[in-house]
Design a protein around this ligand. Structure first.
Ligand code: NAP
Length: 243
C-alpha cells in the first residue's frame, strides 16, 4: 500500500532503536539509504544487514562541519535525496534550576539545530526535483511538556513549529514536512528508567504497554510514501492512546 521502491533516503540516528527500525523498514520497501550516526561499527554492521543498497556516513550531528559533510556525501552517493528522516536525538535531563548550560546546549544542538542545518542543506535538491518528504521525530512530551526535561521538550516542541512552518514554505513544490511524535518506546533511551518510573508511565498508557521501534517506523513509512502526498504540516501521534 505504501509506494516507496526506487526512492532514496537519509536516516539519522540509525544505529539503534527507532532509527534502526526506520532504516530496516524503508530498506525492505526498496529504498536506497544513507544512514548516519556516530558509531561507525554499528553503521557498517547495519549496512551489511539491510536488503537494499545502503551507505554509512559517520556523523556527529552536534558538529556543523559533520552535517555539511553528511549532506554533500549523501547527495554524491544517492544522486538525489527524496526522503529525509531526522531521527537522532538525545536527552540530558535535569530540573531547570539545576540545568547546566552544557546540558541545554547539547540537547538543543543535537535535536533541533542539526535538523535545521541538515534540512536546509538537502532542501535545494528536493526543490529542484519538485518532490520530497521530510519527517522529523518529535515526541509526545513536545506537546504535553515534562518536568525535568525542559531542554528536551523545547527541542521537540521546536521541531513541531519548525515542521509546520517549513511545510507552508515548500507545499507548492510537492514537498511534505511532518512530525511523528512517539509516546514511550522501548529503546536504549528508555531502558534507563527505574521500575517505579516504568510502572508510573504504563499507568498513563491506555493500551497498557510501551511501544516498539517498529510502531514508529510504520508511521514514518506512511508519511514517506507517495500515497501521503496530501498530508503536510501534521504531527502523527503514536502512543498507545496517551494523547
Ligand atoms: P536511542 O536508542 O538512544 O538512539 C539514538 C540514535 O541517535 C542512535 O542511533 C545514536 O547513534 C544517534 N545519535 C545520538 N546522538 C547523535 C549525534 N550527536 N550525532 C549523530 N547521531 C546521534 O534513541 P531512540 O529511543 O531510538 O530515539 C530516536 C528518536 O525518537 C529521538 O529523536 C528521540 O528523542 C525520539 N523519541 C524517543 C522516544 C522513546 O520513548 N524512545 C519517545 C519519543 C521520542 P550513535 O550513538 O551511534 O551516534
Amino acid at each position: 500500500m505504501c509506494t516507496l521502491t526506487g526512492l532514496k533516503a537519509v536516516v539519522t540516528g540509525a544505529t539503534r532503536g527507532i532509527g534502526k527500525a526506520i532504516a530496516e523498514k524503508l530498506s525492505a520497501q526498496g529504498v536506497e539509504l544513507v544512514i548516519a550516526a556516530r558509531n561507525k561499527e554499528a553503521l557498517d554492521t547495519l549496512v551489511l544487514q539491510l536488503p537494499t543498497k545502503a551507505h554509512a556516513i559517520v556523523c556527529d550531528l552536534s558538529n556543523p562541519q559533520d552535517i555539511d559533510h553528511l549532506a554533500q556525501e549523501a547527495e554524491k552517493l544517492l544522486g538525489q535525496v527524496d526522503i529525509l528522516v531526522n531521527n537522532a536525538g538525545i536527552t540530558a535531563d535535569n530540573l531547570l534550576m539545576r540545568m547546566k548550560d552544557d546540558e541545554w546546549d547539547r540537547v538543543i544542538n543535537t535535536n533541533l539545530t542539526s535538523v535545521f542545518k541538515l534540512t536546509r542543506a538537502l532542501l535545494r535538491g528536493m526543490m529542484r526535483k519538485k518532490w520530497g518528504r521530510i519527517i522529523n521525530i518529535s515526541s509526545i512530551v513536545g506537546v504535553t511538556g515534562n518536568a525535568g526535561q525542559a531542554n528536551y521538550v523545547a527541542s521537540k516542541a521546536g521541531l513541531i513549529g519548525f515542521s509546520k512552518s517549513l511545510a507552508l514554505e515548500v507545499a507548492s513544490r510537492s514537498i511534505t514536512v511532518n512530525c511523528v511524535a512517539p509516546g514511550f518506546i522501548e529503546t536504549d533511551m528508555t531502558t534507563g528508567l527505574t521500575d517505579e518510573q516504568k510502572e508510573k508511565i504504563l499507568g498513563q498508557i491506555p493500551q497498557g504497554t510501551m511501544g516498539t521501534p517498529e510502531d514508529i517506523a510504520y508511521a514514518v513509512l506512511y508519511l514517506a510514501s507517495k500515497e501521503a502526498s496530501y498530508v503536510t504540516g501534521q504531527v502523527l501521534h503514536v502512543n498507545g492512546g496517551m494523547v
